[in-house]
Design a protein around this ligand. Structure first.
Ligand code: NAP
Length: 278
């Protein structure tokens, strides 16, 4: 575990800091006495809500505008950091027009740019935010136990045009390949569907799933096992993975795992006043 003195001296970088999880992560780092945080945001994005977080100010939070595809901009944010939390990746419910350009390239090349910078500047550990979507959907997992060797079925996803799981799976696989080849310490976290209070000024994709269910969406999401996890716990887990030297490999972060239909049923029971299809 990092000592309080280390936390105060060490700079850490959070990519995608202004998003749903990123904002919670910055808040959690501040709450845990980190006093030097480099926060990257997509160029032109609003980051003002980060400075409204308790304890945030110009002295402990620096915002870097960086498209993760811009290796120079990523490098500037990572330079001098001991830890990097790579969170930025396109996360949308909308079907992409050009999956390669809109989802896969930023997920994969963005991860590689972050890892390249981490290697160059001797970062101690990179916590990569992968996803349960790099583990499922996979029709082959029915009835089997999931473990660290479980991966999403890329061909199944491509045939169903499920491009987000493809992007997360390819990005995580690229991260492990890079880590092994270049000796960068990577730990991956795989959150399930993150829900919780929004601190960013827009509705992100996972909270939109809940909203759509409440509005009567009939998408059954076959073979889509999922869980729900409080975003607050995901941010805590990300920090714990950075601070725990013994942590390694892939960490599923969820309250359980069930079929989408079971999740819908639970939501229906919790909110009977809404037209939830289960
Ligand atoms: N929410 C979930 O249930 C969930 C579950 C598992 C894993 N994850 C992963 O967690 C991460 C954050 O997701 P989230 O739920 O917090 O979604 P989010 O609010 O949409 O955050 C995604 C962030 O990535 C940034 N981003 C996207 N493309 C970028 C690019 N090319 N360059 C720089 N920044 C870019 C976005 O910036 P702008 O919005 O400013 O463009 C945004 O800040 C993603 O990696 C996602 O795959 C999320």
């Amino acid at each position: 575990m990092a000592s309080e003195a280390e936390k105060e001296e060490e700079t850490v970088c959070v990519t995608g800091a202004n998003g749903f999880i990123g904002t919670w992560l910055v808040k959690t780092l501040l709450d845990n006495n980190y006093t030097s945080i480099n926060a990257t945001v997509f160029p032109g994005s609003d980051s003002s809500h980060l400075f409204a977080l308790p304890g945030a100010g110009d002295a402990n939070l620096r915002v870097f505008e960086a498209d993760v595809l811009d290796s120079g901009a990523v490098s500037r944010a990572v330079e001098g950091c001991k830890g990097v939390f790579h969170v930025a990746s396109p996360c949308t419910l909308e079907d992409p027009v050009d999956p390669e350009k809109e989802l896969i390239l930023p997920a994969v090349q963005g991860t590689l740019n972050v890892l390249e910078a981490a290697k160059r500047f001797g970062v101690r550990r990179v916590v990569v935010t992968s996803s349960i979507s790099a583990i499922v959907p996979n029709p082959g997992w029915k009835g089997k136990v999931f473990d660290e060797t479980s991966w999403t079925d890329l061909e199944y996803c491509k045939s169903r045009k499920k491009w987000y799981p493809v992007s997360k799976t390819l990005a995580e696989k690229a991260a492990w390949e890079f880590a092994e080849k270049h000796g960068v310490d990577v730990v991956a976290i795989h959150p399930a569907t993150c829900l919780g209070p929004l601190m960013q000024p827009y509705l992100n994709a996972s909270c939109a799933v809940l909203q759509q269910l409440l509005q009567g969406s009939k998408d059954t999401q076959e073979y889509h096992w999922l869980g729900a996890v409080p975003v607050k716990d995901v941010a805590k887990a990300q920090v714990l993975l950075f601070e725990s030297p013994a942590a390694s490999g892939r960490y599923l972060c969820t309250n359980g795992i069930y079929q989408f239909g079971d999740f819908a049923e639970r939501v229906s029971k919790l909110f009977p006043e809404f037209p939830v299809h289960s």
